[in-house]
Design a protein around this ligand. Structure first.
Ligand SMILES: [Zn+2]
Length: 412
């Protein structure tokens, strides 16, 4: 503790002059009273050492660990409200190239630091507020070599897996025999997805839309519905698949609304994707690549799926699942074409990570392109959303009717 106090004194000197409170804009979001608030952040150091400091309204707990390729440091903290200066984290200093922050799960926020070189976490702690200064999170990094860095990552990774959200909600185990439909609104939290010209965010559009689909599917009384997220929370891609599998899903529907750069094909209208190892066209490949990047954005390690487990069994299940996924995709296009504008080739396949459950028929719907003005207008229109959500609910019902409702419920 004596050491920490000493370094804290130095720290105060080092950072007293940077980032004055007067420059900070008035917070645009109402503060949730009970949550700690992060108010400022700053960096200091040289080639071999870097210190990061973040001010908080009160003391919090933290858990820090490292990730490789690219080199990153991640700090998990309880859910906090971030009220940092507008460009906080966009540029870095010495060992830290940049950092980002956001809500990753209910009750949990995360800081992710992109490192310029492999570095060792020398210290990571929080000091209490004292003498009029706020509580402060302090991260000290020291330059290290790749081998030492990787060794530390291997040690850290065990505890990281234990921290990820689990599918043990009320829906996980139930005696309800009705088929379970998992709806997966893309993105969330720190990962906003595509942004429209006036700041419309894909994560909001798809959450709102998924809720409309949920309401309609639930209203039939024939199915249970589980959402991979019901609020603005980041959920890693692998966990979306885990949620579906652990809960025994009979169908998985991921919902997105994306953009493509100008000149990248005729990006207009809705598309329905099933899984393939090779995308049907370059547009599809680009989209899959973009969606799969979500986990990198939030700094989560993706190496969570053992690839070689029971290969043959998985292969058999996959073939059956693929054919069911295709049946559902056809139903979707059939129902949607009457009410929603569809892409000129609406049925596509691509290597989306969320479609990889070997035993849950899965599709990904791109509702339209946020970057296309007409598509965006539809995406934001109440009546279009309702019509399209209804058509998807119809397709879900049609799919199960064709298979005999509940035939596979509870067997997954
Ligand atoms: Zn998306």
């Amino acid at each position: 503790m004596a050491v920490r106090t000493a370094s804290w004194a130095l720290l105060g000197l080092l950072f007293a002059a940077v980032g004055s409170a007067a420059e900070r804009p008035t917070p645009p979001i109402p503060i949730v009273d009970s949550l700690p608030v992060a108010t400022d952040a700053r960096l200091g150091g040289d080639e071999s050492r870097t210190r990061f400091v973040m001010d908080f309204s009160r003391k919090i707990d933290l858990h820090a660990f490292t990730l490789a390729d690219p080199y990153r440091v991640v700090i998990d903290i309880p859910q906090v409200v971030f009220q940092l200066p507008p460009k906080a984290g966009e540029s870095g200093r010495s060992l830290i190239k940049a950092f980002r922050f956001g809500l990753v799960m209910q009750g949990g926020s995360r800081l992710v630091f992109d490192l310029a070189k492999p570095a060792r976490i020398e210290k990571a702690f929080v000091v209490d507020a004292a003498d009029g200064a706020p509580a402060r999170l302090v991260l000290d990094l020291q330059l290290t070599d790749r081998e030492s860095f990787l060794r530390k990552v291997a040690l850290d990774s065990k505890s990281v897996r234990a921290d990820l959200p689990r599918a043990d909600g009320p829906n996980a185990k139930t005696s309800d025999p009705r088929p379970l439909v998992v709806l997966d609104p893309g993105h969330g939290g720190i990962d906003t997805g595509t942004k429209g010209p006036s700041g419309e965010e894909e994560k909001d559009i798809v959450l709102n839309f998924a809720q409309r689909v949920r309401d309609r599917v639930e209203k039939t009384g024939k199915y249970r519905v589980l959402m991979t997220r019901t609020d603005d929370t980041f959920v890693p891609l692998a966990d979306r698949v885990h949620v579906a599998r652990d809960a025994g899903a009979a169908l998985f529907v991921s919902i997105h609304a994306d953009s493509l750069p100008h000149g990248e094909g005729d990006a207009q209208g809705a598309s329905v994707y099933t899984l393939s190892e090779t995308a049907t066209d370059s547009e599809a490949a680009k989209l899959a690549e973009k969606e799969n990047r979500a986990d990198v954005i939030a700094g989560v390690d993706l190496k969570s799926e053992p690839d070689d487990v029971a290969g043959i069994l998985i292969d058999l299940a996959e073939r059956e699942t693929k054919s069911f996924s295709m049946q559902f995709a056809h139903k979707l296009v059939g129902e949607m074409k009457g009410v929603a504008r569809l892409h000129k080739t609406p049925l596509k396949s691509a290597g989306f990570r969320v479609l990889r459950a070997p035993d849950v028929p899965s599709v990904l719907i791109e509702l339209g392109y946020v970057s296309n003005r007409q598509d965006l207008q539809l995406l934001l229109s109440d009546s279009w959303r309702n019509r399209t959500a209804e058509s998807i609910a119809q397709a879900i019902d049609g799919y199960f009717n064709a298979r005999g409702t509940g035939a596979r419920a509870g067997t997954n």
